[in-house]
Design a protein around this ligand. Structure first.
Ligand SMILES: [Zn+2]
Length: 472
């Protein structure tokens, strides 16, 4: 398999350190708010990577952190504490906020068929481990105390900007909006490992440490959680591209300083989801969540399908029109599969099976080219293979793609024939009008039409399989 490595800026053969096994680490969410669908794009593509590795027979162990302490609004060490901000907004404690949004995150993942990593660690459960590693960095001379905080000394490294995408000038502290210089830092790139002199007097979560009562910085948690669960060497580290600097750069700095050798071989970064007006974020404009997609009548798996149609290393532009197109293609795809589920079973044609499977395998084996993998899926449907062979292939592909193809196709096949025949033409006409109104986002009109349909004794609702009409 070939995988693009952000460290070398090229595609490389993927060779795990230990034959047959892959250790994989994913930066988890900061649980102060719902995840927006831009963040979830990264988790979808990482999920595809993990499932593809398993598809090829590799034994994957994947670990993820949950950030419930220490992440400030800038990814450096400035701005407000995200968790405190969430708690204040909702008049709850930090731990209540963490619990609520951790559950919400995994609920979103479940709707998107994103597998939960094998090990999930909330940062607040690993404080002793952070203190142990920071103490070691102090002993080795890679960290210093200043103004009450513990900082990592980036001048002790031969090379700090490992990803090489960033000119040091661009990163001058103070240039980026909202960033204020920290006079305690010896070098501008130094970062906090442990805060004791918090400017946040109301910081709720604090722990004893050799340097006084305080709390960990954001970056240290991923290094510690990874090393503790996956050992001194890591095969693949994943994250969104905006994590490459400073977060992943700092993770590498402190992990390698601590270990005394190279740490992670492959860095997998998923690019942004943009709207027409720029990068999607929680602070700007529309805040798009999985729940919002559902409220508007979209199946969350349509969003997954939408993501699969473009490469993870390209920015993807989200618009309702683009999502509508994906929904249409997805429905057509399910419609094509539906009759196969009813056809009589036959022998699997091994030669056809192998041929079609290998083109799917090649697509994903070429740096997770998901759009080509989707093409391979259509090729199965177009092929002359019999229904059992096609179904077996689709079932196999779906262990990676995660689109519930067979289940949806069966539901569609079972629902067919029981619908339109008995429903009055007047109701069907109103249902069509309502569909058009929804498409134009005229939800007021859609609601009005739904009431008219109800007055005629029928209930119309949007389900994962499309529009459903039932007698009241
Ligand atoms: Zn991380």
């Amino acid at each position: 398999m070939q995988l693009y490595n952000s460290l070398s800026h090229k595609k490389e053969d993927f060779i795990p350190r230990e034959a047959g096994k892959v250790s994989m680490y994913t930066c988890g969410p900061t649980v102060y708010h719902y995840a927006h669908i831009g963040n979830l794009r990264s988790y979808i593509m990482e999920d595809i990577l993990e499932k593809y590795l398993r598809f090829t027979g590799l034994d994957v162990k994947r670990v993820m952190n949950i950030t419930d302490v220490g992440h400030l609004t800038s990814d450096g060490d400035t701005g407000d504490d995200k968790m405190l901000k969430g708690a204040k907004r909702e008049h709850k404690t930090v731990m209540e906020i963490a619990k609520f949004y951790t559950d919400a995150f995994f609920a979103d993942c479940a709707k998107l068929n994103i597998k939960t990593p094998d090990v999930v660690v909330p940062a607040t459960t690993y404080i002793d481990e952070f203190i142990r590693v920071i103490s070691s960095l102090m002993e080795k001379g890679y960290a210093y105390e200043a103004g009450g905080n513990i900082y990592f000394d980036t001048s002790k490294l031969d090379k700090y900007y490992v990803f090489g995408d960033f000119s040091e000038e661009d990163l001058e502290v103070g240039v980026r909006e909202g960033v204020e210089a920290d006079g305690n830092k010896r070098n501008k790139a130094d970062f906090v490992l442990w805060f004791t002199k918090s400017k946040f007097d109301d910081q709720e979560l604090k722990w004893e440490s050799p340097w006084g009562i305080g709390y960990p910085g954001w970056h240290i948690e991923c290094s510690c959680i990874s090393m503790k669960n996956l050992g001194e060497y890591l095969d693949i580290h994943c994250g969104g591209i905006d994590n490459a600097f400073p977060h992943h750069t700092n993770e590498i700095a402190q992990s390698e300083a601590y270990l005394g050798h190279e740490w992670c071989n492959y860095w997998f970064h998923v690019h942004h989801l943009n709207t027409n007006s720029g990068k999607m974020s929680k602070s700007k404009g529309e805040f798009l969540t999985v729940s919002l997609l559902e409220e508007k009548g979209y199946d969350p798996l349509v969003y997954r399908f939408f993501c699969l149609n473009s490469h993870y290393r390209k920015s993807l532009v989200f618009s309702w029109e683009n999502l509508d197109n994906a929904a249409q293609s997805f429905n057509k795809l399910i419609e094509k599969i539906a009759p196969l589920t009813k056809e009589a079973a036959g022998e699997i044609d091994k030669a056809e099976y192998d041929r079609l499977r290998s083109s799917f395998d090649e697509a994903l084996g070429n740096d997770i080219n998901t759009s080509l993998a989707v093409t391979a899926l259509y090729d199965v449907l177009k092929s002359k293979a019999n229904a059992s062979t096609k179904l077996a292939l689709l079932r196999d592909f779906d262990t990676v793609l995660g689109l519930d193809l067979i289940k949806k196709a069966e539901d569609k096949a079972n629902a067919a024939g029981s619908t339109s025949a008995d429903i009055p033409a007047e109701v069907l006409e109103l249902v069509e009008q309502r569909k058009a109104a929804r498409k134009e986002k005229n939800f007021a009109l859609a609601d009005e039409l739904r009431d008219k349909i109800a007055a005629l004794g029928y209930e119309v609702k949007e389900t994962r399989q499309g529009t459903e009409i039932n007698k009241l």
